[in-house]
Design a protein around this ligand. Structure first.
Ligand SMILES: *[C@@H]1O[C@H](CO)[C@@H](O)[C@H](O)[C@H]1NC(C)=O
Ligand SMILES: *[C@@H]1O[C@H](CO)[C@@H](O)[C@H](O)[C@H]1NC(C)=O
Ligand SMILES: *[C@@H]1O[C@H](CO)[C@@H](O)[C@H](O)[C@H]1NC(C)=O
Ligand SMILES: *[C@@H]1O[C@H](CO)[C@@H](O)[C@H](O)[C@H]1NC(C)=O
Ligand SMILES: *[C@@H]1O[C@H](CO)[C@@H](O)[C@H](O)[C@H]1NC(C)=O
Length: 389
């Protein structure tokens, strides 16, 4: 009896202790939950751009724009430049052979830079710079911002139906009418876009706003149809995530050796090589793309091949821009994507067409040679002699 009651009391106290422990556990876990919640709250509140509403990609805030226009559909040439346009003489000759109503020009240069007779040899560029341009750090998300501003300005003209992004070292490889007809014949955007499993640029912190399955890579040099240009210009859901989590790491410090290299490689995100591709994939527009770029870049693969970043685009000099080299580029009719085992054939319906309409990076000398070889127009020596450099 005593034994039993003792046992019962002992049992009671054991149960009491267990009960106390359980209560304690509940209180502790609740406290942890609250703390975690508060931390999350302060985290998202600390960055006002990351308001939860900004993340619904389905409810994209479409700006209303005029849709009706008279005359021909236009190609908008969007120049993303550091300062001036060193190859303006070539582009001037290119646009001289166009119909004035078939194109428009927009330039994003550093804030305050003015294109006039003192800064450019081609009147096509006079006052074509954006008034709302931003300071661009090359390779940072401010570069995407500049692209979005260019697209936004060009969209204000409802006649603009194709949007070509170009750098200050890009050249046309054909005359205007060839390029115009090529772009107008395709109802699709040209966006180099592929999966790269070994890439490692995706930052898991982007999830769930940017699902890893939608992460794409590709050349920055895109050509968009109007529908896709609107999506890129108006996106304010994915861009803030890029701004926050897709950042370029500072350059390598050689003294820190291999360890630094590994650190460098991890999520060293290159915004301008992922943003448009990923955004369009998130909007399920990949079926409306030619998944290739129309701007040729020649890579120096012999350079330190530690990672692709070690490859550098080759700058074409006068000697590299002869008829043989240019023909070699023009004769390319397919592009192979190694990471996807995909061969992209460049065609217009069933006929093969050249893959590339533009090329970079061209020096002044190389551009001068294109001009003299009559690549963009019938060469007219007099026009060169008369123009003041
Ligand atoms: C433009 O180039 C194409 C192909 O190179 C050529 O067939 C055409 O005659 C050229 N047009 C003009 C106006 O020069
Ligand atoms: C201008 O556009 C019209 C209509 O799209 C086209 O027929 C014409 O060939 C274009 N002109 C040039 C020089 O490309
Ligand atoms: C593509 O085909 C269209 C007709 O379908 C033609 O007008 C255009 O010139 C072709 N473009 C090229 C680059 O061959
Ligand atoms: C390619 O890179 C290597 C090493 O950096 C350099 O020596 C070579 O001149 C480059 N070639 C060209 C064509 O730029
Ligand atoms: C193929 O041809 C059709 C009919 O001529 C045209 O509407 C379409 O734009 C062409 N496609 C391409 C990629 O040029």
């Amino acid at each position: 009896m005593t034994k039993k009651s003792a046992a019962t009391t002992a049992g009671m106290s054991v149960r009491n202790v267990l009960w106390l422990w359980w209560k304690l556990l509940v209180v502790v876990s609740l406290t942890l939950c609250v703390l975690a919640f508060l931390k999350l709250q302060s985290y998202s509140l600390s960055d006002s751009e990351l308001s939860s509403s900004a993340f619904s990609t389905s409810s994209i805030s479409r700006r209303s724009r005029p849709v009706d226009y008279r005359g021909n559909p236009k190609v908008a040439f969007l120049f993303l430049v550091r300062r001036n346009l060193p190859l303006d003489f070539l582009w001037g000759s290119f646009f001289e052979n166009a119909d004035a109503g078939n194109f428009s020009i927009y330039v994003h240069s550093e804030p305050g830079f003015v294109f006039d007779e003192s800064t450019t040899r081609s009147s096509f560029f006079y006052n074509r710079q954006l008034t709302n341009s931003v300071k661009v750090a090359w390779g940072e998300s401010s570069m995407i911002q500049a692209e979005k501003l260019l697209l936004g300005s060009a969209l204000d003209d409802p006649a603009n139906q194709r949007f070509v992004l170009l750098s200050d070292s890009c050249v046309p490889l054909y005359n205007f009418s060839f390029i115009y007809n090529y772009l107008m014949a395709s109802p699709r955007s040209f966006v180099d876009s592929f999966l790269d499993k070994k890439d490692g640029r995706y930052n898991p912190k982007m999830s769930p706003y940017i699902p890893m399955s939608k992460w794409r890579k590709g050349s920055q040099w895109i050509t968009l149809i109007r529908k896709h240009a609107e999506v890129v210009a108006d996106d304010d859901a994915v861009f803030p995530v890029f701004k926050m989590f897709c950042k370029r790491r500072p350059p390598l410090e050689a003294s820190k050796g291999k360890k630094n290299m590994k650190h460098q490689k991890q999520h060293n995100c290159i915004p301008d090589e992922h943003y448009v591709q990923t955004l369009l994939a998130m909007h399920s527009f990949e079926g409306e793309l030619e998944r290739r770029t129309i701007t040729y870049t020649e890579w120096n693969e012999s350079a330190t091949n530690m990672e692709k970043k070690g490859w550098h685009p080759i700058t074409f000099s006068y000697a590299d821009a002869g008829p043989v080299q240019i023909k070699r580029i023009k004769d390319i009719h397919n592009v192979y994507y190694e990471s996807e085992y995909r061969t992209e054939w460049c065609r217009n319906n069933s006929t093969l067409v050249p893959c590339f309409l533009f090329a970079r990076k061209f020096s002044r000398g190389a551009a001068m040679r294109l001009l003299s070889e009559g690549v963009v127009s019938q060469f007219d020596v007099a026009s060169i002699m008369n123009s003041t450099p």
